[in-house]
Design a protein around this ligand. Structure first.
Ligand SMILES: Cc1ncc(COP(=O)(O)O)c(C=O)c1O
Length: 434
């Protein structure tokens, strides 16, 4: 049986003297996978034309096939990309929309995806509708019902998270897809967090396109993502059109100019390592610790979880006891202060009109990581907002101001012309909020 927690920390390159509770943002790659990646790079550089022209196409398919097996998808309809943002863009920018078409999503949508939607809407005259998902969520069916109610005859696409970034809620994705497809509406799922976090069966979910990352919870080197398409889904192309245009899905995505594919080629090793760390048992253990730690933090802060414990995997959100505006600017400052004052890395988020702390748990975390968290959070909030830290009954004030993502330097994602945000305070998940 694997011994988790501190005992496993040496497998990772993480700094020693910190509490790292943000695996969800960028994952953390085990050292042995760097070594593997370097071996691929050396093989690439030993004879570059042979590697790229003769060997790489098959190597990419081998990596994609192993990933497809892990996520429950058809290998011939699974393609690799650098990141989930590119995958979401590839699908969105392959589809054609006309004025008055509606694209429905939720107000938990990831900020970069919100911008991609905005881009597509601005170019076509389509309308983006953001359906509010309440937090705390009382029951997962609230998400399905909210999206279901938003579908109408003009709805051409639903874009929905499997696990939402700002809330960490695991949406009832198979139910959502079923509801949309019954109405004849195609679905694009943003499953950036799913592989390695939940038990994933892409085919059973049945979305038209499922996009995911291997560089988060599967710990693959950075730059490993995928799109799986249903057999009957509309045709998609990479955002970069290259030599293999119109030669089929896998050829087109496999050949997009010169790039470093070494991270992709480590996918089979990342899957093997995940299994070695326990696979399903690891996921269960991480989820259980995250739910317990989140519940205890909420009790200590006299607040609440962002939804029922069962709606979270190894990443949970706890409402922050303050009445600061629910903006990404405030969330970014809270994260910075937690780090600077306490060397705790955890993401603060702004969604559904409130500020939340998102806690991620991976194999290297254990109970000790949460011991001083309540005090660290309390003192962070007191420093951030000395006069406004409020007792548990206090409610965060919805923000009317446009949200600025920390470090983004520009308004993050006000809906574009023709776009309609039905959300309350817009919890914009912007740059820097992963
Ligand atoms: C829900 C969601 N979608 C998309 C992304 C983007 O992932 P990437 O940075 O790999 O493009 C993230 C990143 O955190 C995410 O949480």
């Amino acid at each position: 049986m694997t011994e988790y927690g501190r005992a496993l920390r040496h497998l990772f390159a993480l700094e020693e003297d910190m509490v790292f509770l943000n695996h969800g943002a960028y994952g953390a790659t085990p050292r042995e996978l760097f070594d593997r990646q370097n071996e691929w790079r050396l093989r690439m550089e030993a004879q570059p034309p042979r590697f790229f022209m003769n060997e790489l196409p098959d190597l990419i398919r081998e990596a994609a096939t192993s990933l497809a097996g892990f996520v429950g998808a058809a290998p011939e309809r699974t393609v690799l990309l650098e990141n989930a943002t590119s995958g979401m863009n590839a699908v969105l920018r392959s589809l054609r929309f006309v004025p008055r078409d509606r694209i429905v999503t939720t107000d938990h949508v990831y900020g970069a995806v919100r911008n991609a939607l905005r881009f597509v809407a601005e170019r076509s005259g389509a309308e983006v509708v953001e359906v509010p998902v309440p937090m705390p969520l009382r029951d997962p069916s609230e998400v399905t019902d909210a999206l279901g109610r938003a579908l109408d005859d003009r709805t051409r696409l639903v874009v929905v998270d499997h696990i939402a970034s700002p809330s960490a809620l695991v949406f009832p994705i198979a139910d959502i897809v079923r509801r949309c497809r019954t109405r004849g509406v195609p679905v694009l799922v943003d499953g950036a967090h799913a592989p390695g976090l939940v038990d994933l069966d892409v085919d059973a979910i049945g979305a038209d396109w499922y996009v995911g990352n291997a560089h988060k919870w599967l710990c693959a080197p950075k730059g490993t993502a995928f799109v799986c398409a249903r057999a009957d889904a509309a045709e998609i192309h990479p955002t970069t059109i290259s030599h293999a245009y119109r030669q089929g899905l896998t050829a087109e995505f496999g050949k997009i100019g010169t790039r470093d594919p070494s991270a992709w080629l480590c996918i089979p090793d990342a899957i093997e390592l995940h299994r070695h760390l326990g696979g399903g048992a690891l996921r269960e253990r991480n989820s259980s610790l995250a739910r317990t730690a989140g519940t205890e933090l909420a009790a200590a802060l006299e607040t609440e979880l962002g939804g029922p414990a069962a709606s979270f995997a190894a990443m949970v959100t706890v409402r922050l006891p303050c009445n600061l505006d629910a903006t990404w600017e405030n969330a970014g400052r809270i994260r910075d202060r937690l780090w600077q004052g306490h060397r705790v890395e955890a993401l603060a988020t702004a969604v559904a009109g409130r500020l939340w702390l998102r806690l991620s748990v991976f194999a290297y975390n254990d109970e000790a990581d949460f011991e001083t968290l309540p005090e660290a959070v309390r003192s962070t909030l007191a420093a951030e907002s000395p006069r406004t830290a409020v007792p548990p009954s206090g409610r965060g004030t919805p923000s009317a101001s446009p949200d600025i993502a920390p470090g983004a330097g520009a308004p993050s994602s006000a809906p574009g012309p023709g776009a309609r945000a039905e959300g309350r305070a817009r919890g914009q998940s912007g740059a820097g909020a992963a």
